[in-house]
Write a protein that binds this ligand. Structure first.
Ligand SMILES: [Zn+2]
Ligand SMILES: [Zn+2]
Length: 125
């Protein structure tokens, strides 16, 4: 199978959702259109998209990551119960402070994740 077609498929799936999916979820979607694809291939393509600046990796706990096709600098929220990840809106002053911090120490970007139990999980408790 053609490598660039696989990467296009992975990228297309990632861009089609706002859910910040895990590699496993993307793998499941990929298999629907490319039944022969392996999980290792999906991981490799995701890593390539990240290194090409087309996607970002959102750390959500020990060795666990979610992927996001929105590469603009933004913060995330994550639920420690169900693992859901969402785009978190933070105050202008924090956004500004983060942008200044990046500029001062010449960082390419940042990743800031707030952990809290989401509304759905709270309702179940
Ligand atoms: Zn939750
Ligand atoms: Zn995001």
């Amino acid at each position: 199978m053609n490598y660039s077609r696989q990467r296009e498929a992975v990228y297309g799936i990632l861009r089609s959702t706002k859910e910040h999916p895990s590699a496993d979820w993307i793998y499941g979607e990929c298999k629907k259109i490319m039944p022969g694809i392996g999980l290792a291939t999906v991981y490799r393509n995701l890593e390539q998209l990240v290194s090409q600046g087309k996607a970002i990796k959102v750390p959500v706990g020990q060795d666990r990551y979610r992927y996001d096709a929105d590469t603009s600098p933004h913060c995330h929220g994550a639920c420690p119960v169900c693992g859901k990840v969402w785009d978190e809106t933070v105050s202008d002053s924090l956004n500004e402070a983060l942008a200044n911090e990046c500029e001062e120490n010449s960082s390419d970007g940042y990743s800031l994740t707030f952990f809290r139990v989401c509304g759905e999980c709270k309702a179940k408790q």
